[in-house]
Design a protein. Structure first.
Length: 182
């Protein structure tokens, strides 16, 4: 299945390609982005970190049909990458995202998350979406809560910034679609 470009009022979500790695390398390695990422993310971020991730993790998983990755871009600046959002068909970890600090707090991630979550439920026909996060990641919590997700589990997990309290949030397709009608 080919991954489509998704368009919202302000955003263009373009499927990830190898040529996106240089822009990711410039934007991603900032502490405010990586501190709540899983501990497998190398820190300090290596000079070839984005190229390695895109070519050896993201694109192969997309080819296997277990992941869907989009770059996030403003419609008014479609050549400039702002962040990344992905869906994964793995247990308890279906959606992840990051946004460069200069684009945060403007509703862009909420907008991207809405269209991608709808794709998960109504194009891929998945019954349940779960998103893990560090409990300290209050902005990610707000995105989950505002989309109707609920906290279902807490625990501890290793993140780039160390062992932290962790949360798992979820929403079902029926719950999602009921919210979209209202």
């Amino acid at each position: 299945m080919q991954i489509p470009t998704l368009i919202t009022e302000r955003l263009w979500l373009k499927p990830l390609v190898a040529e996106d790695a240089p822009q990711i390398q410039k934007l991603y390695p900032h502490w405010e982005i990586v501190r709540y990422m899983v501990a497998s993310v190398p820190w300090p971020y290596p000079d070839n970190g984005a190229e390695n991730y895109v070519n050896n993790v993201a694109l192969p998983d997309m080819a296997k049909g277990i992941a869907w990755f989009w770059t996030i871009r403003r419609r008014e600046a479609p050549d400039d990458l702002m962040g990344l959002i992905c869906l994964y068909d793995v247990e308890d970890n279906n959606r992840g995202f990051w946004l460069a600090p200069e684009y945060q707090r403007q509703g862009y991630m909420r907008e991207a998350s809405t269209v991608v979550t709808d794709y998960w439920f109504n194009t891929l026909n998945k019954p349940l979406l779960r998103a893990p996060k560090a409990a300290l990641n209050s902005r990610s919590q707000l995105i989950s809560a505002s989309s109707g997700m609920r906290l279902i589990r807490t625990g501890k997990q290793e993140y780039v910034s160390g062992l932290l309290d962790s949360e798992l949030w979820e929403i079902t397709r029926n719950e999602w679609n009921a919210r979209q009608v209202n």
